[in-house]
Ligand binder design. Structure first.
Ligand code: HEC
Length: 143
């Protein structure tokens, strides 16, 4: 039986091209991802944050333990900030244990919380759903 496979190849070529374009657009749209690269000091702070189980009592972006408050924006909170964070690290309060951190370890933790803070706002009520289905959030480092 004679079959002409050329039209099918043509259709597949078109589909592949569209697929390629689609992927290009999806992966090259800056989207709404406020990606932030942690500085080496912040990475050290992140390790301290994990190794000392801050997660067990604290949340970032609402995720974590619930004994203590969310720390996403503690750095930029006008009544709090770096010295306030260090004060909590120096002294034990309520159920937060005392940590005997070195000054540079406290600096690292503060730097980590600073960079976390720069990524966004939690809770973020400033969101709108766009026609494309993307949810557009207002980011802290958005100009
Ligand atoms: C066993 C639970 C627990 C652990 C572990 C813990 N915390 Fe806390 N933390 C608390 C509680 C409870 C408070 C609230 C105390 C208060 O308001 O009097 C708090 C408060 C804080 C605050 C002040 C937050 C604010 O908005 O007022 C900071 C900053 C903080 N903790 C950082 C840390 C860091 C960093 C770590 C890890 C090195 C850590 N905590 C580990 C329980 C904990």
């Amino acid at each position: 039986m004679y079959t002409n496979s050329r039209p099918y190849i043509f259709v597949i070529a078109i589909l592949l091209t569209l697929f390629g374009i689609y992927n290009y657009v999806v992966y090259n749209t800056n989207g709404y991802v406020a990606a932030e690269k942690l500085s080496p000091l912040a990475v050290k702070g992140q390790q301290l944050f994990q190794n000392n189980r801050c997660w067990s009592c604290h949340q970032l972006y609402g995720l974590g333990g619930y004994l203590g408050p969310d720390l996403t924006n503690v750095y930029s909170n006008e009544n709090k900030g770096p010295l306030y964070i260090k004060a909590f690290l120096n002294s034990s309060v309520k159920s937060m244990p005392q940590f005997n951190f070195l000054e540079e370890e406290k600096d690292a933790l503060v730097q980590y919380l600073k960079q976390v803070d720069e990524t966004g706002i939690y809770p973020n009520y400033d969101a709108e759903i766009e026609a494309t289905g993307w949810v557009k959030l207002k980011y802290r480092n958005e100009k």
